[in-house]
Design a protein around this ligand. Structure first.
Ligand SMILES: Nc1ncnc2c1ncn2[C@@H]1O[C@H](COP(=O)(O)OP(=O)(O)O)[C@@H](O)[C@H]1O
Ligand code: SF4
Ligand SMILES: [Mg+2]
Length: 347
């Protein structure tokens, strides 16, 4: 797979040594650095949509920001088109960063409130000093994200959630990137606006030949889009595989929990409730052994002692669980038929 991969992550680690962590280290308290991302290996093949899923606090945004070069990893390497970002000169890094863009989670927060949409859309050109011939017009960018030309004169507060999200997408696409990292593209949107944004993302992939990493806490959202799904828990990838295999036959207990998440009742938004005991532990003090053992119904003594490594269980499908065979057998036996991918109604 790696020969054609646009992005290759090798042992990527991102620890935050904030003030609290430093004080704790000096005082030799257990709580130290925030282990936001630990030893992640992942390939994103050119032209694919890879879904990165996991509940809030699992390190998805941090990994996304690290991939597009917004922050340097504590350890490990990010390779884009074969080039190691950590070894690139400042000028080369600037050129590479044009080719990868992030759609930020909070569209309203990432759009300066005092600027009209037209100005917001040309801002990336000013920042990157793009010559006028190379620029797309505001009209072209709006058309690309299926917004009407009148939106150009609007201020961010005049935009609906879906429109603001589209302006964020247009801003990311202004520089004609090859890779787009979309952070929670449907968060805060109602079901129909969310579906429209996902369709737009998919359509733009076809039209512009984009490669995407789509970040979401909702496996049921990204299953519709992604060819490959990577599941993250407390800073580590626990399962990676073709989307249909992840749906049909999830091998990690955490993936199974994500798949069984229920829609929040009532408000029509796409947030879901996870059927898992307890909260995600603090990334300052990740549990020893398997990080999931404090919440896992299948945990055994070995889970507490030994950290499971990702192992290949079928072509392109990797899982980090000592007991994935038992887990998968139990899930297949107990799964009601309506949970099956072909029979469900996520679309
Ligand atoms: N700049 C930072 N300084 C300290 N901790 C951070 C920083 N950024 C993120 N974190 C912590 O790292 C962990 C992972 O965060 P994040 O990547 O935002 O997860 P997700 O996007 O999956 O919700 C969280 O515990 C978060 O509080
Ligand atoms: S290794 Fe143990 S605790 Fe970790 S996911 Fe597998 S069964 Fe659960
Ligand atoms: Mg996030």
């Amino acid at each position: 797979m790696s020969a054609e991969s646009l992005v290759q992550l090798r042992g990527v680690r991102m620890h935050f040594f904030d003030k609290r962590g430093l004080v704790a280290q000096v005082l030799r308290h257990e709580a130290g650095a925030v282990h936001a991302v630990d030893d992640v290996d992942l390939d994103i093949p050119g032209g694919q949509i890879v879904g990165l899923v996991g509940e809030s606090g699992s390190g998805k945004t941090t990994l996304g920001r690290t991939i597009v070069g917004l922050q340097r990893p504590t350890a490990g390497a990010v390779l884009f088109d074969g080039r190691d970002l950590g070894r690139a000169s400042r000028a080369e890094l600037r050129r590479l960063r044009r080719r990868m863009q992030m759609i930020f989670q909070e569209p309203h927060a990432s759009l300066s409130p005092r600027h009209r949409v037209a100005s917001l859309l040309s801002e990336p050109y000013r920042i990157h000093r793009i010559s006028p011939e190379e620029r797309s017009s505001v009209g072209e960018l709006l058309e690309m994200v299926e917004l009407s030309p009148e939106i150009a004169s609007h201020f961010p507060h005049q935009l609906s959630g879906g429109q603001a999200r589209r302006v964020g997408i247009a801003r990311a696409l202004a520089l004609h990137p090859e890779l787009v990292v979309a952070d929670e593209p449907t968060s805060g949107l109602d079901a129909s606006a969310a579906a429209a944004v996902l369709n737009l993302i998919k359509g733009l992939r076809e039209r512009l030949g984009l490669t995407y990493l789509v970040i979401t806490h909702d496996l049921n959202v990204v299953g519709y889009l992604a060819e490959t799904i990577a599941v993250m828990y407390l800073g580590q990838l626990v399962e990676i595989g073709p989307a249909e295999r992840i749906y049909e036959s999830p091998a990690h207990p955490y993936t199974q929990a994500l798949l069984s998440a229920l829609p929040e009742p009532g408000d029509g938004r796409v947030e879901r409730r996870l059927l898992l005991p307890g909260e995600i532990p603090s990334p300052r003090t990740p549990p020893a052994g398997c990080r999931f053992h404090t919440r896992c119904a299948y945990a055994q003594e070995r889970s507490r002692l030994e950290s499971p490594q990702l192992e290949q269980i079928e072509p392109d499908h990797l899982v980090a669980c000592h007991f994935w065979r038992e887990v998968r057998a139990a899930a297949t036996a107990s799964r009601p038929p309506e949970r099956r991918r072909d029979g469900d109604s996520r679309h």
